[in-house]
Design a protein around this ligand. Sequence first.
Ligand SMILES: NC(=O)c1ccc[n+]([C@@H]2O[C@H](COP(=O)([O-])OP(=O)(O)OC[C@H]3O[C@@H](n4cnc5c(N)ncnc54)[C@H](OP(=O)(O)O)[C@@H]3O)[C@@H](O)[C@H]2O)c1
Length: 342
Amino acid sequence: MFKVAVLGATGMVGQKFIQLLAEHPWFKISSLAASERRVGKIYGDEVDWMVSSDIPDCVKDMEMVPMDPKHVDADIVFSALPSGVAKEVEKNFAENGFIVASNASAYRMAEDVPLVIPEVNPEHLRLVEVQKRKRGWDGFIVTNPNCTTIMLVLTLKPLMDLSLKSVRVASMQALSGAGYPGVPSMAIMDNVIPYIGGEEEKVETEPLKLLGQFDGEKVVPAKINVSASCHRVPVIDGHTEAVWVEFDRDVKVEDVVQAFESLKPLNLPTSPEKVIVVRKEKDRPQPRLDRDTGKGMSVVVGRIRKDKWGIKYIVMGHNTVRGAAGASILNAELMVKEGYIK
Ligand SMILES: NC(=O)c1ccc[n+]([C@@H]2O[C@H](COP(=O)([O-])OP(=O)(O)OC[C@H]3O[C@@H](n4cnc5c(N)ncnc54)[C@H](OP(=O)(O)O)[C@@H]3O)[C@@H](O)[C@H]2O)c1
């Protein structure tokens, strides 16, 4: 078993980490790090538990420690911190020899930091060697993408072989994506908010790195265009995205279905049996019905149809599982399998 710590354990993603790690066959929670006001307090007394199960017994009585490498005992540190805080804290842990698997955006686009989805670009993990050499850190940081990016890129990866040229996406993003307590209920009930700060920039840039080629020193970005419009909707969990894709050649619906179904799962504990589940019904996917597919680690696609410019479809995935905690855990499992964590 590897010892793991969660930074930001009381937040939306932190809670999902705890739920997933409590049952994990390789990882055992050894430390929970918290903001200053929580240090020394008992996790079960402090947290506003929001996920759909009881607080796991293994953390209920755990005392929270400061966000400081000297107080954390772990082989891997999972970060669920806001980006501004993550910048300093994650660096501090990596400098001090820790392996950091981060959900925050602070280092995602740094040239020497891997941004990884295991089924999409596992070879980008090799950037770790570049990072350690350039920064002189004993540890390192590996990141997973933004929650909207992950669902999208899992579907774009198999389309790259069909000469994908451009992508337009309109997201309908769940409330849990805004953290806890998140968007005020009076702002979101009976409403759609057509703006999420910083989100469109992430969804337009991260896919180019994820789908790019690692040349031994850096990632050469993929040559596709992505345009995004992001919206917050009154759904608890599950981001839905309407996607329009254009190709350099004529592509049929059957080609796209076949491409989606060809994306292979990995032999890792958190990997779902099917990475992309294609639904044939005309009114699926829906977040309430489909977000727990593959224990939240599959993405569900439907309404694949042709239009004047190419193909359009809907993709939906669980934002705090496949889009956040599950994504980091899968990255950590890949790092164990590839020998980055011993
Ligand atoms: N929610 C999603 O679906 C999702 C998906 C992908 C990525 N992410 C990313 O994951 C990270 C966490 O998101 P979230 O939704 O879990 O946010 P959240 O619910 O607001 O939780 C933030 C966590 O960070 C802690 N924290 C805040 N300020 C701190 C400080 N100054 N020092 C130390 N700890 C501090 C909070 O502790 P207290 O409780 O003590 O304040 C809490 O545990 C963010 O970077 C977010 O962008 C989120």
